[in-house]
Design a protein. Sequence first.
Lengths: 145, 503, 324
Amino acid sequence: MERVFPIALICAGAMAFYTARSYPKSMFSPVDPGTFPSLLAAGVMVCGLLLLIGTFRKTAQPVADEDASANMGMSEFMTGVALIGVLILLALSFDVLGFIESCGAVAVALAYLQSRRIIASIVTGVLVVAVVYVVFKTLLAVPLP
Amino acid sequence: METLVAAVGLVFTSEVLLTVIASSFLGIVMGAIPGLTALMALALILPFTFYMSPVAAAAAMVSASAMAMTAGDIPGALMRVPGTPASAAYTMDSYTLGLEGKAHRALGVGIIVSAFGGILGAIYLMLIAPTLAEVAFYFSSDEYFWLTLLGLSCTTLIGGGSTIRSAIAVFIGLGLGTVGLSVEGGVPRFTGGYTELLGGIPLIPALIGLFAVPELIKMARPVADNAARIVKVKGRLFLDSIADVWRYKRGILASSNLGAVIGVVPGAGSDVAAWITYGLSRRFTKLKPETTEWRLQGVANASAANNAALGGAWVPALVFGIPGDTLTALVISVLYVQGIRPGPSIFTESGPEVFAIFIIFILANILLLPMAWMCVRAMNLLMQVPRYAIVPMILTVCVVGAYAADNDSFGIWVMVVFGILGWILESNKIPLGPVVLGFILGRPLEQYFVASLQKYGGDPFGLLTRPTATALAVCVGILWSFQIFSLVRNLIGTRRSIKPQGE
Amino acid sequence: MLRGCKALLGAITLAVGLSGAAKAADWPSGPVEVIVPYAAGGGTDATARFLAQVFQEKLNQPFNVVNRTGGGGIVGLEALVNAKADGSVIGVTSADLSTFKWFGQTTLTYRDVAMVGIYNMAFPTLMVAEDSPFKTAKEAFDAIKADPKKYKLHIGSSIGNSYHISFVGIAAAYGINPAEVPTVTGTGAVNGVQELAAGAVDFSLAALAEADALMRSGKVRPLLVLGQEKASAMPDLPTAKEALDVDWQFGVWRGVAAPKNTDPAVLEKMRTAFAEAYATDQFKQLMSAQGFDVFTVPQDQIEAFVDKSEAAAGEALKQIGVVK
């Protein structure tokens, strides 16, 4: 499991490297548009490789810091997926429904996700969105749709 | 002198003073809520600053960051949850003190020395910045290139944790910085055909996504673990701790100075200052470990240092336009929007504004005392707010922030994508600070690199022809050889057990 | 995927919007949005905000400035082109935004909007360090002509930016091959003058306002205006015609525009309002406080003017191989 990330990193680096190499040469400047990105991509690949080697050598494993709550449980994973799903829905609906409707729905959904109490969630969502809307749109003239 | 009078006139207006109070309030609240950092406080204030005068905008940044930095100590002492990364260094100490019924002393000392360190940092800013500005007139792209590289390298050296992971973070950040039109010509890179990305990834939505979303995920978990013990503050906050402050005066003075200096180094901010001074104070202490005095000493030194670093970090930001930490990176973008251009000429271009910033620094740190006091008192009330209301609240404000940066719903997409990225990185223990620093410094770094090579017709050794540039290059070289040496030693396996300090 | 969804949603929004479109014979019949493609606090933004203010007072309707930043200004231009053409949206545009098409980043130019009026034109100056051996523009250009590879020129931002275009056209007209001049790019004109002060380059291109601080501290000085209009802040500074006997010019004009299909009657009202706002003393004062010179083109000549400006840019960009 811990090897997925370094491998993904190396792949991403390789892809970036390949893309950067495909950029046209600059006729005006001694440095091409792709030079700097390729250097970075190479750096990422080297670091990913080192990380991968590290996972094979127990001794090189860095001491896990406790406060990062390294052991991501199933519940955190599911919360993450749920939250990101909600965010994507929000981004999709933002231009169509406008701020109040789409953020309001999301706020209620999130409050419900945590509290499992319908009325409290609706009250929370409405209150939060109303306050934020008044502060930003009315007091600060942010052109929210 | 005229400048100073003009500066006083700029500060003491109702707009600026109200802004100071309002943003102090926000900063304190944000800092006191675990997971909401000083950086997020600034990112949230950012859309507000677009509608303020330059001095008011700077005042908002200064006061919010000073407050958030100090308020971060409070949940640390009460719930063992550091409010900001910078207070993580001594959270265990202050929490243990809290369990022993001495929370008022831990917090009192922390707040008083924070104000002291903050003022000292401001004085550093006043004294060093104009001198540095004279020197900086002679800096060309060569010197800036090495300086930027030095700043980036420092983050991997002292970022805490693993060097490889910090390096990965920096590389990812730098890579994200290359998105958009290439610096020398107009070749679109990694834009995927989105016009919105031609000018680069919009910074504010990216920052909001990167930091807020992973934290929200942690907070949004259905609450099961309410077992955490909660400490209550009893006793007089300041009166009972003045004696403690006096006892550690020498250590506090030294730590404040060191903190300010660390702040001046580009790339090393308050977090680093707190960890380093904490580490040093533990190494050189004469007190018996695990005693009340020993713990208080650690709290005092590190608290002073992280606030002192705040002022110090403004020095390279104002003079070189290079952020001393992620906070000042945001500050720079605000200053630009306000028409104040960081750089050596800032003192001639915007003299009164700069001195006004100095004055606000001192003002904010004095205001810190009553504000923090109120915050501690209010903390009991704040903990009554139902937890399920907090997540929707933060999320809504984040969405508005991401949207308002460009007045474009593309910002919300950026926030979502960076939220996913931040979550992946954090789950894999990649520190987010260096990612942001790399992201912000990536474009300038490439720009300086390209400009220098253009001057020398493509010869990379041209970067070593100017004396100051060479000196900076040597510093980078030394730093890198240390890094590589320790890396190799780690891989070979003659590893000493390195435990993160403060456990 | 994302694009597709956005397009679909956009279509729905459009359908909803069309049903409510107004027949704006009497402009303005409601609040007007002023799109500024640059960030708040910058020069273009300041002038746009001031224009909005004057419009608002004269026409008794709110004019709200909205900064649609991103993509170096292209996002704002796109927003203006795609906005409802019922008079409820106007915007600020500039010559800069019309050069993007030469780089293939967008197909949009000023042709995709209806021009309301032009209020400013800006030229860069050629700067040298205080201790530079060159005292006049002619000395400098002759030296470059004699050995084009010898002197380094800092052009502010990237290759083919508007300052670079101004220089390239004039240099070419003077008989210099501009592609041979060693060109240094950077973070902007302010960065360029700083490099000059640090002794790292020989020339740089900057507007007078951008070099102001370093000029006042006696580190750099201008040689000429790379154009044909005198700078009001420094009337002694020669123009290209005076110093080099070159007629060529490219300047960055800024103007107000509306979506392409705006009703001609509404456009006419906008143009009258614009001319009134432009004529106020307030407007001129604000512009000079920002270091901008006011400049306008009569209504019937705008099209010829912007066409000529675009052709000049294309010509200069060919010289340096950006346009083939």
